[in-house]
Design a protein around this ligand. Structure first.
Ligand code: UDP
Ligand code: MN
Length: 242
């Protein structure tokens, strides 16, 4: 039997939410032995989200983890999805013993092959992510068969200049790092979390996707469609349940 995969998906209410979760959910439906941790940046669960998750039929837990007020109020960049992902880590610390965790934002695109590759991660695995920054891709660089730095349009002084969609972590390894956490620091979420897994040698990072020759995950972003903005409103004279 395959080791379980724990897919941590931050989500939040906006007109595109149910569409994003539907698309991602049917991708995950192709993947066996998976638990989908859908964690909403909200104080309460939403009936329509629960209904959507039930309809898709992927095994899931639906939790909430609101962004702290101090970050919601700021006019600067917000730490999007951080409280959600940390809630997911808490869930795994309390409920999981083996397998692998992966942070899958609700708006990205995933080739299902990456899930079978990440499933056997011993500590941390990494691979390229498409559509990241102006350079178009973020990727570990392999030289002479070894991890030798990263390619990314924005390095930002990071030790691990990787995208959220570009790494997975073993649950057993997470258990050996009880203080590992994602910082509320826009732009440095991945780096901060991976640093918090120290000690971690470069030789312990497994490189997937045909030794980083393939792109199997993409940081797609959904365009705000003005027509969709009314989807959150209550419709009069229709049968829609909003
Ligand atoms: N997100 C959230 N609360 C927010 C904004 C975003 O929980 O206020 C979630 C969102 O659903 C996604 C993740 O956090 O899964 C990253 O957000 P987004 O895709 O907007 O960031 P970007 O990809 O543009 O960096
Ligand atoms: Mn996104």
């Amino acid at each position: 039997v395959k080791p379980p995969l724990y897919i941590i998906t931050p989500t939040y209410r906006r007109p595109e939410q149910l569409a994003e979760l539907t698309r991602l959910g049917y991708t995950l439906k192709h993947v066996p032995n998976l638990l989908w941790l859908v964690i909403e940046d909200a104080n309460h669960t939403n009936r329509l989200v629960a209904q959507t998750l039930n309809r898709i039929g992927v095994p899931y837990e639906y939790l909430v983890a609101p962004m702290p007020e101090q970050y919601k109020k700021t006019k600067r960049a917000k730490p999007r999805g951080v409280s959600n992902r940390n809630r997911g880590l808490d869930y795994l610390r309390a409920n999981a013993t083996e397998g692998v965790l992966y942070f899958a934002d609700d708006d990205n695109t995933y080739d299902i092959n990456i899930f079978e590759q990440m499933r056997y991660t011993k500590k941390v695995s990494m691979w390229p992510v498409g559509l990241v920054t102006k350079t178009g891709v973020s990727s570990p660089i392999i030289r002479n068969g070894k991890l030798d730095g990263y390619y990314d349009g924005w390095l930002g002084g990071r030790k691990y200049p990787v995208d959220m969609a570009g790494f997975a972590v073993s649950v057993k390894f997470l258990h050996t790092r009880p203080n590992a956490t994602m910082p509320f620091k826009p732009g440095y979420e991945e780096d901060g979390f991976l640093r918090s897994l120290a000690p971690l040698q470069n030789t312990e990072i497994e490189l997937l996707a045909d030794e980083c020759r393939d792109i199997l995950t993409w940081h797609t972003q959904t365009k705000k469609n003005p027509a969709a903005q009314v989807l959150n409103k209550r419709y009069v004279n229709t049968n829609l349940e909003f």
